[in-house]
Design a protein around this ligand. Structure first.
Ligand code: HEM
Length: 447
């Protein structure tokens, strides 16, 4: 008897949601996340859901189901696929510590991402994943709080923030953040002076189509995008990640060019969104802003070491990501039959870690709906919060992303104060479950 047969002979005790409950889950979780953009946010749908369905129903639903079934593990069918919702900390840890060997990427992620980045690390398995992970870690300096090119990156950040501050307009809106991060991304990855945003625009186009997740045939834009990317990488300008790609070991199987789009969208899009939201939270919490300014006064903001010392600011960035995770759920698929929560889980089961619920779980977190940078003062990682993931597939760009975020925000705040115009946030009320960054507007004042 093989392992799968053993499991089928041993029916699981994990409860299964009823058809109506499964439908409620799909309507409140899957639909908003799917239409809101699987790989890049869709301004129309994201705005609509933020306005008309700001999510408490979805968070409440999961809490109610957990109470009803008295279980931190819940089976449900999603588009005919057997899926397991894992709400318990030990279970989350098991999944993330054994990814991607036992818990690998699901088909929809593989198909969608392969449309614009075939062979990317995050959709690789086995020996391919290990080789590509080693390469990504070497280029991005994963696990090192200071990237070897940190000083150069900080110079770029200061140059680009200054450029933004010199604009005559007093208002700072989402498009300003988007452009700031596009220019920074291009220069950090390809080198100083690379500011032609057509490369990032082309990638956005491909990702918008990939959001569909199915019926994806090779795009006419694919080859043109990779030709342009290839040309940029070849120049390997001083101090850039492109230069590091030539300095660390790789083989043909690393597929270097396919690793770079992830860095582009994670920096230009994901990081931009999280920094803009962190600034909104800081602006809406004057007591926290005061604490932050005290921290900033004590360090040299023009040195990478100084930026690294901004722990409270890092807590502010982590909080923006905890409160409004840009990856609302981590999804995996069991590669083989495996044990989870004391039960046997069949091969091919979809595993869901629901960040949008776990991060706001009022039964387990006293600060669930509050801005609480202090919870990050003693730690950089917590398996309850997986906006940057954890375990073996933790975000390979985590340290670099946090460094850039702190560099940008500290420089924005150094001589200016920001008044949040919209979307409003009230520090005396529970923070909303969605925050539409596309509508952001700040008024900027000199200090
Ligand atoms: C605030 C910004 C960022 C957030 C919120 C973020 C979040 C994440 C998350 C949640 C994952 C795991 C996805 C999964 O397993 O399903 C991930 C993986 C990854 N991230 Fe980030 N990321 C950010 C910035 C960056 C940056 C700037 C880079 C590179 C320059 C980067 C590179 C990667 C890579 C290569 C992986 C794949 C790791 C693997 O599969 O082994 N990320 N990121």
């Amino acid at each position: 008897m093989n392992r799968t047969e053993t499991i089928m002979a041993n029916p699981a005790r994990i409860p299964t949601l009823s058809t109506t409950e499964g439908l409620s889950y799909s309507l409140s979780q899957v639909l908003p996340n799917y239409t809101g953009g699987l790989f890049t946010p869709n301004p129309f749908w994201f705005g609509l859901w933020s306005r008309f369905h700001p999510d408490p129903a979805a968070v409440k639903l999961i809490g109610k189901l957990r109470k009803k079934y008295q279980s931190d593990y819940l089976y449900l069918k999603l588009m005919g696929k057997k899926s397991l919702l894992v709400l318990d900390l030990a279970g989350i840890r098991t999944v993330l510590d054994n990814s991607p060997e036992l818990f690998a990427e699901p088909k929809i992620k593989r198909q969608g991402m392969a449309y614009f980045q075939p062979n990317a690390l995050t959709i690789s398995r086995g020996a391919d994943w290990r080789e590509r992970r080693t390469f990504n870690e070497a280029v991005l300096a994963s696990g090192q709080s200071l990237h070897p090119n940190g000083e150069h990156f900080l110079d770029l950040i200061r140059q680009e923030v200054k450029r933004l501050q010199l604009q005559p307009a007093k208002a700072l809106v989402w498009d300003d953040f988007a452009l700031l991060f596009q220019r920074l991304t291009l220069q950090i990855i390809f080198g100083q002076g690379t500011t032609d945003t057509s490369l990032t625009d082309d990638l956005q186009d491909l990702m918008r189509t990939a959001n569909r997740g199915f019926l994806l045939k090779k795009s006419r834009k694919f080859d043109a995008f990779y030709r342009r990317l290839h040309d940029q990488l070849k120049q390997a300008r001083n101090g850039s990640l492109a230069e590091r790609c030539t300095q660390v070991p790789s083989t043909a199987n690393t597929e270097v060019e396919n690793q770079v789009p992830h860095w582009i969208f994670a920096m230009a899009d994901t990081l931009a969104i999280n920094c803009a939201r962190a600034l909104a939270l800081i602006a809406a919490h004057p007591d926290r802003e005061k604490q932050l300014r005290q921290e900033m006064q004590a360090v040299d903001l023009s040195s990478p070491t100084g930026i690294n010392q901004l722990n409270f600011l890092e807590g502010c960035v982590q909080e923006a990501m905890r409160l409004w995770p840009t990856t609302p759920m981590l999804v995996r698929e069991t590669v083989q039959a495996t044990e989870l929560g004391g039960e046997q889980i069949p091969a091919g089961t979809q595993i869901i870690i629901l960040n949008s619920f776990n991060h706001r779980d009022q039964d387990k977190l006293s600060v669930a709906d509050k801005f609480a940078p202090e919870i990050w003062q003693e730690q950089r990682a917590d398996y309850r919060f997986n906006h940057l993931s954890n375990g073996k597939q933790v975000c390979a760009g985590k340290d670099l992303a946090l460094f850039i975020a702190k560099g940008v925000l500290a420089n924005l705040l150094e001589n200016h104060r920001y008044k949040l115009v919209r979307p409003g946030l009230n520090r005396d009320e529970p923070l909303p479950y969605r925050y539409n960054h596309f509508h952001l507007e700040f008024m900027r004042q000199y200090l």
